[in-house]
Design a binder for this molecule. Structure first.
Ligand SMILES: *[C@@H]1O[C@H](CO)[C@@H](O)[C@H](O)[C@H]1NC(C)=O
Ligand SMILES: *[C@@H]1O[C@H](CO)[C@@H](O)[C@H](O)[C@H]1NC(C)=O
Ligand SMILES: *[C@@H]1O[C@H](CO)[C@@H](O)[C@H](O)[C@H]1NC(C)=O
Ligand SMILES: *[C@@H]1O[C@H](CO)[C@@H](O)[C@H](O)[C@H]1NC(C)=O
Ligand SMILES: *[C@@H]1O[C@H](CO)[C@@H](O)[C@H](O)[C@H]1NC(C)=O
Ligand SMILES: *[C@@H]1O[C@H](CO)[C@@H](O)[C@H](O)[C@H]1NC(C)=O
Ligand SMILES: *[C@@H]1O[C@H](CO)[C@@H](O)[C@H](O)[C@H]1NC(C)=O
Ligand SMILES: *[C@@H]1O[C@H](CO)[C@@H](O)[C@H](O)[C@H]1NC(C)=O
Ligand SMILES: *[C@@H]1O[C@H](CO)[C@@H](O)[C@H](O)[C@H]1NC(C)=O
Ligand SMILES: *[C@@H]1O[C@H](CO)[C@@H](O)[C@H](O)[C@H]1NC(C)=O
Length: 488
């Protein structure tokens, strides 16, 4: 089976690769979830990336605006930094003197030149970055080493210092592409929901040089990157609809002058930036006012991000419609969580800050960015994903979602058969990666099935990889800490 797969992938790749980009280089998958980080005691949510020799493991938040990949200095919380709960929130502490591979560059000119930076004081240099891929709790992680890569060490600041910079001049994408460790400056993100502000359980992932074909469903929607630095991931919003779960006739558009007579005319469509730099959405003043009046929201600052809070519980969703027709629905569990806090920020009437479709939006969306051809793609994210399918993302190509076989076929053919069948049915590239992951999956599945059988429950569901055992909004387990996330 494997040799057949090899032959097939080689043929497909020959046909697809261009002269400039070697699209047979496998992508690098880096998990986003909670884990222990260097010199901290608590678990922190982020990308599993280490620095230095020996490795100092960190948890880095992906930033779509920053260009530098950065780490908190060991002294970050000793000085003037104003990060909340500093010692538990930096994503780890990096001590450059403990790394034998760190080389300081005193003349380095930062690529993060935007004003109002959350970074107040840093030094720069080169060190080994360790990108960890970790599919299963039961298996170990393996690393991709990026030697002598550009790093920023943040000594003072107002926000989490450990960040993967994925802006238009991303140092990590430049380094990986320049060394042929990925096919080109291609990057995909699912931010997940396993962090405190979102309060969910689903974890996220970064894919450098590729995308996770199992993490989204077709169709994918294509957009052009803006040329202006920080605003490179812009989309246009044409409507926002609030729906009630138990009353399909109660849909209200926040753009509708009949529903909101205080508006003299229908608001214009508006440009919004996609960002991970904040959680709540930032919408135009009028729309925010309509949201407040329709749902009886009030100002609140529980999370320090001015998210609005509802006076009364509301069981419903919010659908954001982009000008090309792509609809993104914020489900009831995200629109109003247990404490009635919404993912929409209050906004001053005279504010001229940009509008943001921020992390709350990305909990429902898979983002795939082609920095080589200045375009990006959005698709509905699959929340309960059981197939990790890192697929090379060739510059200029359009990502395709894994076509889920129907359950009957799955049961009949078994897992490997179903996956190769799916590949032949449309995906084409990345067969080797699939087979490899499929075999891991199978091993874990077998183990799980055994365990479940012991518990006297039906194993059929797991065998079909139909659903994850966790429900979408269970809090992350507190006691069940997997052994290898623990500090030794
Ligand atoms: C393209 O990448 C593959 C996988 O890393 C490698 O085996 C092959 O030699 C590369 N081809 C070229 C032309 O560099
Ligand atoms: C997410 O990762 C955490 C570890 O930080 C793990 O305990 C949890 O089970 C994962 N959630 C899912 C849905 O896989
Ligand atoms: C904090 O900031 C003040 C004023 O900028 C400066 O004088 C002081 O040295 C700083 N302290 C530390 C520990 O960096
Ligand atoms: C920077 O911050 C200042 C003061 O808070 C504000 O007036 C200004 O608009 C900000 N500039 C940008 C580009 O955000
Ligand atoms: C960092 O993580 C890797 C991968 O799990 C592990 O092998 C290594 O021991 C960790 N390093 C430290 C210092 O914890
Ligand atoms: C590390 O990279 C920098 C910048 O690309 C370069 O100047 C330096 O010589 C490199 N050092 C090593 C040891 O490769
Ligand atoms: C809702 O917000 C509270 C804090 O206000 C937080 O503790 C919780 O994790 C969030 N999510 C849910 C599902 O309650
Ligand atoms: C990242 O680099 C781009 C130029 O490629 C620049 O416009 C942008 O402002 C930079 N980001 C930050 C946070 O400075
Ligand atoms: C209201 O919105 C929901 C969710 O977007 C949709 O399923 C339903 O068809 C809509 N109802 C009407 C009457 O348009
Ligand atoms: C919202 O309504 C649905 C359908 O009736 C129900 O299953 C769900 O539990 C409700 N959620 C809340 C938070 O009341």
């Amino acid at each position: 089976m494997v040799s057949l797969a090899f032959y097939l992938s080689a043929t497909v790749l020959l046909a697809q690769s261009s002269v400039a980009f070697n699209c047979s280089i496998p992508p690098i998958y880096v998990d986003i979830h909670k884990r222990v980080t260097h010199n901290t005691d608590n678990f922190q949510y982020g990308s599993f990336i280490g620095i230095g020799t020996p490795a100092q493991n960190h948890s880095l938040w992906p930033s779509l605006s920053r260009n530098q990949t950065s780490f908190g200095a060991s002294t970050f919380c000793d000085g003037n930094s104003t990060l909340k709960d500093c010692k538990e929130s930096t994503g780890g502490f990096f001590n450059s003197r403990d790394s034998t591979t760190f080389i300081e560059d005193k003349d380095y000119q930062t690529l993060d030149t935007a004003p109002n930076s959350t970074i107040k004081e840093s030094f720069y240099g080169y060190d080994s970055l360790r990108l960890y891929t970790h599919y299963f709790e039961t298996d170990g992680a393996w690393q991709t080493l990026v030697d002598n890569s550009s790093v920023e060490v943040v000594e003072e600041g107002t926000a989490k210092p450990a960040v993967v910079g994925l802006g238009t001049s991303s140092t990590i994408l430049n380094d990986l592409a320049a060394r042929n460790q990925i096919c080109g400056k291609m990057y995909s993100l699912y931010i997940g929901q396993g962090f405190d502000r979102a309060g969910g359980a689903v974890n996220g992932s970064n894919v450098f040089g590729g995308y996770d074909a199992g993490r989204f469903i077709d169709p994918v929607h294509k957009y052009s990157m803006g040329s202006a630095g920080e605003n490179h991931l812009n989309v246009r919003v044409k409507d926002i609809i609030i729906s009630e779960t138990n009353n399909v006739n109660a849909n209200v558009s926040l753009f509708d002058t009949a529903a909101f007579p205080s508006m003299s005319s229908r608001p214009d469509t508006f440009d919004a930036q996609i960002t991970t730099d904040q959680y709540p959405l930032s919408l135009p003043y009028e729309i925010t006012q309509n949201f407040i009046s329709h749902l009886q929201a009030e100002e609140d600052n529980t999370w320090g991000d001015n998210s609005l809070k509802l006076k009364n519980a509301f069981n419903g969703s919010m659908t954001i419609i982009l000008d090309d027709g792509f609809e993104v629905t914020i489900p009831p569990s995200v629109l109003m969580n247990a404490s009635n806090i919404t993912p929409v920020q209050s906004r001053a009437k005279d504010s001229n800050e940009p509008f943001y479709l921020s992390t709350a939006f990305l909990t429902q969306v898979y983002l795939m960015a082609d920095f080589e051809k200045q375009s990006f793609f959005l698709a509905t994210a699959v929340q309960k994903n059981n197939m990790v399918m890192p697929t090379p993302f060739c510059p200029g190509s359009t990502p395709t979602a894994y076509q889920r076989p129907n359950q009957g076929a799955f049961v009949k053919q078994g897992l490997i058969g179903a996956i190769v069948g799916g590949v032949l049915g449309g995906i084409g590239i990345g067969i080797c990666a699939y087979c490899f992951i499929a075999s891991c999956r199978r091993r874990v599945a077998e183990r799980r099935i055994e365990k479940r059988a012991e518990e006297g429950r039906k194993a059929a569901k797991m065998a079909q990889f139909e659903v994850e055992e966790v429900t979408e909004f269970d809090p992350p387990p507190k006691s069940a800490t997997p052994f290898f996330w623990k500090k030794r």
